[in-house]
Design a protein around this ligand. Structure first.
Ligand code: AMP
Length: 275
């Protein structure tokens, strides 16, 4: 396995890997969720690349960029065990040199839900993903369903900008109590950790109530009641999977989505509704 930090080194190595090449972009602090993407890519590809980069442009000034968990050495061990061939781990200066000024504008989908709370987040995500794809040039990009709005926005951007890469969406890995695995779970206090699975339970209750024919507003009210008193809800809704527009019926393909703060930590979760 190779670990590279500059763009020319990365280009030279990725260029000569066998095809199809699968690629997994990450911000490191890797857990079983990331490794599910690696395993799927390993199964489906002749070679696998991954990136570890805490992307500053997707964090706002008041967010957790500085304290975001970092463990490059541990990440490399996990990626090597998972069968990754090349790891690209640049620093911010390599990705955003002085004078950097071009961004991917993601449009209205990037203004809803996560985008309403984090207005520049998806612009930063789409920009770094496109940069990484231009450096790595993979055949398949592996993304986690955990970040559902991110999958919709990236897929849209790749279609709109004609990037020749397929996208594979991998189901969310969860803790045994249902909490979606996330690098940010380490921020939770023991009380918040105990309360955090109520977000997943609220999503399941919302899905069940709507599948049973209840109107969305009623179903959301019933689901909210299942949240721990420690949870401050940002949103709970049902959206079309491609446009991320709210819909009134559980019409597939759709997501039941939710986000809540437990103390200083924001957690996201969703359920996929297919046919
Ligand atoms: P991140 O390091 O948080 O940017 O995540 C890198 C990739 O891993 C993204 O495509 C995420 O959606 C995916 N991912 C994060 N958590 C999970 C999880 N619990 N299950 C599956 N994929 C995940």
């Amino acid at each position: 396995m190779h670990i590279v930090s500059t763009i020319p080194q990365a280009r030279a190595l990725f260029e000569v890997l066998p095809r199809p090449l699968g690629f997994i972009p990450t911000m490191g602090a890797l857990h079983e969720g990331h490794l599910a993407l690696v395993a799927r890519a390993r199964d489906e590809s002749a070679a696998v690349g991954a990136s570890v980069f805490v992307n500053p442009t997707q964090f706002a000034a008041n967010e957790d960029l500085e304290r975001y968990p970092r463990d490059l050495q541990g990440d490399c061990v996990k990626l090597q065990r998972g069968g990754v061939d090349v790891i690209f781990a640049p620093d911010a200066q390599a990705m955003y040199p002085d004078g950097f000024s071009s961004f991917v504008e993601v449009g209205e989908m990037g203004t809803r839900f996560e985008g309403a709370i984090r207005p520049t987040h998806f612009r930063g995500v789409a920009t770094v993903v496109l940069k990484l794809l231009n450096i790595v040039r993979p055949d398949v990009l592996y993304l986690g369903q955990k970040d559902a709005q991110q999958t919709a926005i990236v897929r849209r951007a790749l279609r709109d900008l004609d990037l020749p890469v397929a996208v594979a969406i991998v189901p969310t890995e969860r803790e045994p109590d249902g909490l979606a695995r996330s690098s940010r779970n380490v921020y939770l206090t023991p009380e918040e950790r105990a309360a955090a699975p109520t977000l997943h339970r609220a999503l399941q209750a919302l899905r069940l109530a709507m599948a049973g024919g209840r109107a969305k507003a009623d179903a959301i009210a019933a689901a909210r009641a299942l949240l721990s008193p420690l949870a401050e809800l940002d949103y709970l809704d049902v959206v079309d999977a491609d446009s991320f527009e709210p819909i009134e019926e559980l019409r597939p393909p759709a997501f039941v989505i939710g986000a809540a703060r437990f103390g200083a930590t924001r957690l996201l979760d969703n359920l996929w509704i297919d046919g």
